[in-house]
Ligand binder design. Structure first.
Ligand code: HEC
Ligand code: HEC
Length: 465
């Protein structure tokens, strides 16, 4: 009796623990495909102002004083990507300087830290950055910056005031964003960790967490921003619904002090939405075999269009959310978001309860994305587990472990995507290991029925999108 009680308790503990470490892998089967309805969006923004706002706006609210950043970090280099003016002209493009609410110039990362990527040696604003490095523990850096600030400024100084919120949230989120896969991006965890320490009503910092976070840092690829204009819901799992300005504003939870400052910053996102509405993918730079592509178009419309839409003159994008039971790709990310405390928090927060409203609607599935500019957006699938389109359309050719060079010029025009090698073991800077939880390369078997010839025709067509 006693033993079975103890055994039961142990089982319960074990069950709880394994649950907290790895999210479940539930697959709903009562639906296969859902059409995502549109939500009303704001119009009338200014695209050029939106681009400028991303590169120099005050949407993170607080940051490291410009003075200390410039002296200690020695990161002066001309901005040859965004071609910004003023103080930003001499900062690398992933960081911006702006004024905190009290007028102190501060520095923080901007959207292009994650949303400007390299392909064939060029940095393309709007392309996801697949070269980010979140494998290091950033908690020591969070501590060091606070120590540096203490040495230089009085705690009651304006500089500390302009730094404090960013510092608090950086400290809280740092332990939660360390990934076990190079290139993978933990933006969802970052938002989850910051919102965990914000009062939902006024967004102010609170020490006491609002919910618990699972132990495992799951991360994803970064989608290209030129898809937003076709989408009715944001994010790989289609969780982001309602007004896009509020959804785009999410990165601000890293430093914005409260809802009053959030209200001011949200204005600029109307322009960012306008920038996204006109953003186009870069054109494929190589030659295209037009007759082969025409054959591919017919095959594409037969096998792929019902989920991915049609392209060219009569463009149509169906906004389909595909259940895990049908797409069969790694279910962990969808499950993770479904179970996260962030969902209730978000839907009871300033983001959902003040105009313009946005909300989270979690589903156990993934959005079939538009395929515009697909040649440039390797790796493929939400978890970035497949290096080329060829391998995506032929599941038997997908490498379980693969290594890219880290140089975006190493591109494979035939397979459409990154040139890679198959390493013997999980070593090397850019080795992707699909055996790690959340990074499996299974699923999306929709190309398997194509013959080799048909597959290459479809690939040729995809180059034209
Ligand atoms: C730390 C990296 C990071 C930063 C900084 C960041 N993002 Fe993202 N963003 C991501 C990742 C990763 C995703 C994919 C998450 C998902 O879909 O679940 C994403 C998704 C998006 C999407 C949805 C795209 C789609 O097709 O569904 C938009 C739009 C977006 N980000 C805009 C922005 C803007 C605007 C900013 C700056 C205010 C920003 N992001 C800052 C990493 C980042
Ligand atoms: C039943 C719907 C469905 C069909 C049919 C389908 N796909 Fe997909 N496709 C998806 C979904 C859902 C995803 C996202 C899966 C994920 O990220 O886990 C996807 C992802 C992709 C991606 C990767 C996108 C990216 O940016 O990572 C490509 C490329 C793609 N599909 C091409 C095709 C082609 C070509 C066909 C036809 C041979 C096809 N798909 C048929 C639903 C479908």
């Amino acid at each position: 009796m006693k033993r079975s009680l103890l055994f039961g308790l142990l089982m319960l503990l074990f069950a709880c623990h394994s649950y907290r470490e790895l999210p479940g892998s539930r697959v709903e089967s009562d639906w296969k495909v859902k059409e995502i309805p549109p939500s009303p969006q704001q119009t009338g923004g200014d695209a050029a102002a939106g681009f400028a706002f991303i590169g120099s706006g005050a949407y993170i609210g607080t940051g490291i004083p410009y003075e200390i950043f410039q002296k200690r970090m020695k990161m002066q280099q001309p901005d040859t990507v965004l071609h910004r003016g003023g103080r930003n002209a001499n900062l690398p493009y992933p960081v911006s300087t702006f004024e905190a609410a009290n007028g102190v110039p501060v520095v923080n990362g901007n959207c292009f830290t994650c949303h400007a990527g390299r392909v064939m040696g060029e940095v393309v604003p709007g392309l996801g950055n697949s070269f980010s490095e979140f494998e290091k523990n950033q908690a020591p850096a969070a501590k060091l910056i606070r120590i540096g600030m203490d040495l230089k400024y009085n705690k009651k100084s304006e500089e500390w005031e302009a730094f404090n919120d960013f510092s608090l949230f950086f400290r809280e989120m740092a332990p939660y964003i360390q990934t076990n896969q190079p290139g993978a991006n933990p933006a969802f965890r970052l938002a989850e960790a910051c919102m965990m320490h914000r009062d939902p009503a006024d967004l102010t910092y609170k020490k006491e967490p609002n919910y618990e976070m699972m132990d495992y840092t799951i991360a994803t690829d970064v989608p290209p921003l030129w898809h937003v204009k076709k989408k009715n819901a944001l994010y790989y799992n289609g969780i982001g619904r309602g007004d896009f300005t509020k959804l785009l504003f999410q990165a601000s939870v890293l430093g914005i002090p409260d809802s009053t400052e959030a209200r001011k910053a949200i204005e600029g996102f109307k322009d960012v939405v306008a920038w996204l509405q006109q953003l186009e993918p870069p054109a494929y730079p190589g030659p295209v075999d037009a007759p082969l592509a025409a054959k591919g178009k017919t095959l594409f419309e037969e096998h792929c269009s019902k989920c991915h839409g049609t392209y060219g003159e009569a463009e149509e994008y169906p906004n389909k959310l595909v259940s895990l039971s049908l797409v069969k790709t790694d279910p962990m990310y969808a499950n993770y978001a479904y179970d996260s405390g962030i969902v209730d928090w978000y839907n009871n927060s300033w983001f959902a309860n003040s105009e313009p409203r946005s909300y989270f609607e979690p589903n156990l599935g993934y959005v079939a994305p538009p395929l515009d500019g697909i040649w440039a957006t390797a790796p493929y699938l939400h978890n970035g587990s497949v290096p080329t389109v060829d391998a995506l359309l032929n599941s038997s050719a997908r490498p379980d472990i693969w290594e890219r060079s880290g140089n975006s010029k190493d591109y494979d025009h035939r397979a459409l995507g990154w040139a890679y090698t198959v390493p013997k073991k999980d070593k090397g800077d850019w080795v992707f290991d699909t055996s790690l939880p959340g990074y499996s390369n299974k699923g999306h078997y929709f190309g398997d029925k194509l013959t080799d010839g048909e597959r290459y025709a479809v690939i040729e067509y995809l180059k034209t999108l």
